[in-house]
Design a protein around this ligand. Structure first.
Ligand code: CTP
Length: 228
């Protein structure tokens, strides 16, 4: 019997989205993409088949094996998830997707200077993670991220886990965005939560998280009826 490893294909999303306000301006956030980039490097090191969906960041990682597809807006990422992630075994959604965006009607021209205040109208973006999870294939493992203030960390992460229908949520405090280290919990839908041993580097975090993903896939595999 040939050995089938369940972790063949992983899709990782990373970085912010930029949502155009007009022809020259956009709404963004502080995500550097470094965490997702570190995750892709670690997955490559483990010889997984890795696709990194990467937002508008300065960094250009140099991998040898990782397939990189770039996105700018939440809508771009939505389209990429449809084409690149449908058949993956694991989706790790580390991208900081905008929750609101200007409606597309304002994007052709440049808003002119005027005295006084102006109002920016925003519409909500689709929840890409919830959407993906709602049409997932059997056996796909889906992990999201949640940035929260420390006092609400666990409660909000559990709420997101249920609302988005994913298998796990990595919860980290707001300070993580753009920082060098990360202190996180991984809240599983159906298993006890895990915690990093204090603040650790993003590379160490990547290894910590992928170990847990591997452990989970192995235990699921062990519980599957034998096909051999
Ligand atoms: N996410 C997504 N689509 C969005 C917004 C977020 O797929 N439009 C994903 C993020 O990539 C992340 C997870 O959902 O994996 C949680 O993101 P977060 O911004 O913390 O949660 P929200 O759904 O935006 O909820 P809230 O605004 O209440 O924090």
């Amino acid at each position: 019997m040939t050995e089938h490893h369940p972790l063949r294909r992983v899709v990782i999303t990373a970085g912010p989205t930029h949502e155009p306000i007009d022809a020259v301006r956009y709404l963004a956030n502080r995500s550097s993409g470094r965490l997702g980039i570190a995750l892709a490097a670690e997955a490559e090191r483990r010889a997984w088949d890795v696709t990194l969906l990467l937002g508008p960041v300065e960094l250009s990682p140099n991998y040898t094996q990782v397939r990189i597809k770039r996105f700018t807006t939440a809508a771009d990422l939505q389209a990429l998830l449809m084409t690149e992630a449908k058949t993956c075994d694991v989706l790790i959604m580390a991208a900081a997707v905008a929750d609101f965006r200007p409606p597309s009607t304002s994007q052709g021209t440049k808003i002119r200077r005027s005295d006084g205040t102006i109002n920016l109208v925003l519409e909500s973006t689709p929840d890409l993670l919830a959407e993906f999870a709602a049409s997932r294939r059997p056996g796909q493992l889906i992990i999201g991220f949640a940035l929260e203030s420390r006092d609400l960390l666990e409660v909000s992460a559990r709420e997101k886990l249920a609302r988005k229908g994913v298998d796990g949520i990595v919860a980290n405090p707001l300070e993580t965005m753009g920082a060098d280290t990360i202190e996180a919990s991984l809240i599983w839908r159906d298993a006890p939560a895990e915690q990093t041993p204090g603040p650790i580097s993003k590379d160490a975090f990547a290894s910590w998280l992928l170990d847990l993903v591997e452990k989970r896939q192995d235990s699921k595999e062990a519980h599957l009826p034998s096909t051999g």
